[in-house]
Design a protein around this ligand. Structure first.
Ligand code: NAD
Ligand code: LMR
Length: 329
């Protein structure tokens, strides 16, 4: 039986991440090897021609799962009937900037996109915000989509999660596949808290296995939290292929579920769990099943972790205040 295609809208389709992302969506990595997709691409008018070029290349790949591509410079049309919305289009930071410095430049993009999702997306729409500052941009979009359940708006910390897996695997000489229960807490920013106290390597507590508090505090946490800046320093441009790969992982896990006994990191709307003020879009350990996520409950948070979670969440509260002042929510 032929399945009905899933409609996926990608904003910023002509950008760096867009170029790394679209081919993986069209080849089945986002939703599954048996799920046809229809792409709707949104760009600003000046970049529509470049998006058309990318669409020509997508055609030239002859992907069996790609059932059509439409390109728009109008958000309302781009989100019509969309099941999965990947909000990538936004300015990246450059050397010396923090992601929060982009709030004023990028925040304005997410209000009309939230409204357009509210107006025309499919009932089951799932939204992933990648454009920075991702958590607060997701909050802006969510606040302008009152008819869409708030839990459908998420922001990406899966790249930070994957970075943490990679750093831990190198330190422990273990395979990434042996690591479970990694958590990124808080904001996708330099204040984020990658937590090894609940992570496991081959079933054993990761912090105990590594047994090196100096490395954990002075190397692991800052390396993961500042990796975006290190990539910009080395590449002269912000991460693109790894960001696209993390976006694929985020949606794939949301739709297809976490493995038994494992969890992932997603920035989702807080219900007050772990003292994170209700309504903030903050990263938590989450399990997913049947296309729904749930925050993992009952983890013990010691003073070391508490202070770091609180600092990152305080930054999210400040960003919320800043966008209130800008009239964006
Ligand atoms: P880029 O500059 O290469 O591409 C951005 C694209 O967005 C451009 O083609 C631009 O024309 C388009 N765009 C701008 N405004 C738009 C709008 N209103 N509607 C539709 N499209 C619009 O940037 P990039 O490297 O692809 O990065 C995109 C964003 O993703 C940046 O904000 C970057 O900081 C962020 N990012 C986030 C993560 C994360 O982990 N959350 C990781 C990497 C990058
Ligand atoms: C990243 O984490 O690589 C992105 O958010 C880009 C950036 O500005 O760091």
């Amino acid at each position: 039986m032929t399945r009905t295609p899933v409609t996926v809208t990608v904003t910023g389709a002509a950008g760096q991440i867009g170029y790394a992302l679209l081919f993986r969506i069209a080849s089945g990595h986002l939703l599954g090897a048996d799920v046809p997709v229809r792409l709707r691409l949104l760009e600003i008018p000046q970049a529509v021609k470049a998006a058309e070029g990318t669409a020509m290349e997508l055609d030239d790949c002859a992907f069996p799962l790609l059932s059509g591509i439409d390109i728009f410079d109008d958000a309302v049309r781009a989100f019509e009937g969309t099941n999965v919305a990947l909000l990538v289009g936004a300015r990246p930071r450059t050397k010396g900037m923090e992601r929060g410095d982009l709030l004023e430049a990028n925040g304005g993009i997410f209000k009309p996109q939230g409204e357009a999702i509210n107006a025309g997306a499919a009932d089951d729409v799932k939204v992933l915000v990648v454009g920075n500052p991702a958590n607060t941009n997701a909050l802006i979009a969510q606040q302008h989509a009152p008819d869409v359940p708030a839990e459908r708006f998420t922001a990406m910390t899966r790249l930070d999660h994957n970075r943490a897996l990679a750093q831990l695997s190198k330190k422990a000489g273990a395979s990434v596949a042996d690591i479970r229960r990694m958590t990124i807490w808080g904001n996708h920013s330099a204040t984020q808290y990658p937590d090894l106290f609940h992570a496991e390597i081959a079933g054993r507590n990761a912090a105990e296995t590594v047994n090196d508090q100096g490395w954990l505090e002075n190397e692991f946490i800052p390396t993961v939290a500042k990796r975006g800046a290190a990539i910009i320093e080395a590449r002269g441009a912000s991460s693109a292929a790894s960001a696209a790969s993390a976006a694929i992982d985020h949606v794939h896990t949301w739709v297809n579920g976490t493995a038994d006994g494992d969890w992932t990191s997603m920035a989702v709307v807080s219900d007050g769990s772990y003292g994170v003020p209700e309504g903030l879009i903050s990263s938590f350990p989450v399990t997913t099943a049947d296309g729904e996520w749930e925050i993992v409950q009952g983890l013990e948070i010691d003073d070391f972790s508490r202070a770091r979670i609180d600092a990152s969440v305080a930054e999210l509260s400040e960003e919320r205040e800043a966008v209130r002042k800008l009239g964006l929510i």
